[in-house]
Unconditional design. Structure first.
Length: 201
């Protein structure tokens, strides 16, 4: 079932446990094909799961994908276009509207092209509370632009093998300009392919 162009349709967002998260009281369909539906909203009423109601402040374009684990919202503000890339299941359409499951994380890009990842604490809280499957972590990492993803616990050999694979995919072009990577207790030396975790090899 695909929504028709010029059709008004509800947008419904659920949580992993099946509870309704948020409903947008109708978007106007401007494009619809086998990959996505594109809707416009303007000063649209939004109903939160706790019953609170609010109205969007600016026109927005929603792109909801049928096969990708994300949706995109472009908010048309006076000082430029702001984007939210929301991690969510692929959308589906039924007689009630277009629906997906929201996985909390948003990538916000402002009019100047600066970005930030939002709602990381909410993601970690809901991941534990609702028992998100490990697959969700991998999907989140890949949808946010990672070339590869590894879950804890991991071995240093696996990390090195994955780095080498990424470098091979880069066709000999250095994927990383720096000779080392440092993140959250993980130190990787790309010159000698050594890895230290919290100071230990």
């Amino acid at each position: 079932m695909k929504p028709a162009i010029r059709e008004e349709i509800y947008i419904q967002s659920y949580k992993h446990d099946g509870s309704l998260h948020r409903t947008w009281a109708k978007g106007y369909v401007i494009e619809s094909d086998d990959e996505k539906v594109v809707l416009i909203t303007d000063r649209t009423q939004v109903i939160e799961n706790d019953g609170r109601r609010w109205t969007t402040r600016e026109p927005a374009i929603y792109i909801l994908f049928y096969k990708k684990w994300m949706n995109v919202i472009a908010m048309l503000r006076k000082n430029g276009i702001y984007y939210y890339v929301n991690i969510a299941t692929p959308s589906l359409v039924d007689e009630e509207g277009i629906k997906n499951i929201d996985y909390d994380l948003d990538l916000k890009v402002n009019a100047e092209g600066e970005y930030q990842i939002l709602d990381q604490r909410e993601y970690l809280y809901h991941k534990e509370l609702m028992n998100y499957p490990e697959e969700i972590d991998k999907i989140v990492g890949l949808e946010l632009g990672a070339d590869d993803y590894i879950v804890k616990p991991f071995s240093p050999r696996e990390v090195i093998a994955r780095i080498k694979a990424v470098l091979r995919r880069a066709d000999g072009q250095p994927a990383i300009q720096s000779t080392s990577i440092h993140y959250d207790g993980l130190d990787i030396n790309l010159n000698n392919y050594s890895v230290r975790i919290n100071g230990e090899s």
